[in-house]
Design a protein around this ligand. Structure first.
Ligand SMILES: NC(=O)c1ccc[n+]([C@@H]2O[C@H](COP(=O)([O-])OP(=O)(O)OC[C@H]3O[C@@H](n4cnc5c(N)ncnc54)[C@H](O)[C@@H]3O)[C@@H](O)[C@H]2O)c1
Ligand SMILES: [Zn+2]
Length: 366
């Protein structure tokens, strides 16, 4: 098992990555001061529950924990106020108190939902992330938790750090290939914003990684999580630096919202968004010759690099202005200056954004 630490003073916490981490869960919980006198409430979804819920519950029961669970529908729809309310009700009915803890067993959807429940249950109780998707290497670290509002993604949320992230790479083996690709989008993002050598390594090891070679996979997760840890440890509440993690997300969130969170998943939307950001940077003269390499690495990981559906530029821009990352309706973009470095720009005019959106419909070449 490999360990990383998110350094946040008294709220610092470990991320454990490895094959078989689940078997160590009772010990890791104990280390995080969640001992077996506390009730645990597992939140998971209908795809993950039949695969792993029994196993997790068995490990915890053997260690003497009292466990309850709630199974929500799979997919982005579960990040809603109505599902939030249902989980709250079930937790209250189970008699959870302020000493209890929530465990998020699933991908980013379950992590964001369960984390927001934990952040607000009796004004905040402990929670633990047990990520089961590749994408969740990103969502499980850093304490951003939220549900969606029909008018915007992640609009109802909080900062609430987990006590522990227990990342068992064995659980990733059942992921559908589309979800694997989506996860690699955020892995690649961590390279593109921070570390060109990591991008090179991802380019060289694309085949092995997609075959889920365990050593390579652990290395990739460790390196991607390290970037997130470094950024979050420096700027927990997104006062500045943390915004770089949003590369591809101003575009991506708008793409997701416009297709009703269905035709594109989060990782796919972010992949297209990162291509758009690279094209925009080139148009503005901030960067040169980076969009081709950006497209190439995303394609190596079976990700889309152009819009698969027609989206009106006006509608995309309107959705971007509504995104909470916008300040007073201004468009905020994270733009690459080279591979491995980005800057945050709040002064971009609509015209070049429109040009990029048109080019993206036409197959992604600008
Ligand atoms: N909080 C953050 O910092 C942050 C960062 C990035 C993304 N996110 C959020 O994460 C969400 C996307 O997360 P995601 O891509 O993990 O989606 P997800 O949680 O919906 O999981 C994707 C699909 O895979 C299934 N699944 C999960 N684990 C599985 C497994 N081991 N085997 C088989 N199937 C499995 C799920 O049931 C679901 O159908 C978005 O809502 C996004 O906004 C949050
Ligand atoms: Zn993301």
């Amino acid at each position: 098992m490999r360990r990383l630490t998110v350094e946040l003073g008294e709220r610092s916490y470990p991320i454990w990555i490895g094959a078989g981490v689940l078997g160590e869960l009772p010990r890791l919980l104990e280390e995080a001061s969640i001992d077996n006198r506390r009730k645990l409430f597992i939140v998971t979804d209908e795809h993950v529950a039949p695969l792993y819920l029994d196993k997790v519950e068995a490990v915890l029961r053997t260690a003497g924990y009292m466990i309850y669970h709630s199974i929500v529908e799979a997919g982005e729809k579960a990040k809603s106020l109505s599902v939030y309310e249902r989980v709250m009700t079930e937790a209250l009915e189970a008699g959870l108190d302020r000493q209890s803890a929530f465990l998020a067993l699933g991908g980013g959807v379950v992590g964001d939902l369960a984390g927001f429940v934990a952040a607000t249950y009796m004004r905040g109780v402990a929670f633990v992330q047990i990520p089961t998707t590749l994408l969740a290497h990103d969502s499980s670290v850093g304490g951003k938790v939220a549900v969606n509002h029909p008018l915007g993604k992640n609009i109802i949320g909080a900062f609430h750090q987990p006590r522990l992230v227990a990342y068992d790479t064995e659980l990733l083996r059942t992921l559908p290939s589309r979800e694997v690709a989506a996860g690699f989008a955020e892995v690649i993002k961590h390279g593109l914003i921070w570390d060109e050598t990591f991008v090179e390594w991802l380019e060289q090891n694309a085949d092995g990684l997609q075959r889920f070679d365990d050593n390579l996979l652990q290395e990739a997760l460790l390196r991607a999580c390290s970037v997130k840890v470094a950024v979050v440890s420096e700027d927990e509440k997104e006062r500045g630096l943390r915004a770089i993690l949003n590369l591809g997300h101003t575009f991506g969130h708008a793409f997701e919202a416009l297709c009703g969170y269905e035709k594109l998943n989060h990782g796919e939307a972010v992949a297209i968004g990162m291509v758009a950001a690279a094209m925009l940077a080139e148009r503005l003269g901030i960067a040169s010759s980076i969009s081709n390499r950006t497209r190439r690495i995303l394609e190596q990981y079976s990700l889309p690099v152009a819009l698969p559906y027609v989206m009106e530029a006006d509608a995309v821009i309107e959705a971007m202005r509504r995104d909470k990352k916008g300040e007073g309706g201004k468009l905020v973009f994270v733009l690459p200056t080279t591979i491995g470095k980005v800057e945050i720009r709040k002064d971009i005019a609509e015209e070049p954004v429109r040009d990029v959106l048109h080019a993206l419909q036409e197959g992604g070449k600008s």
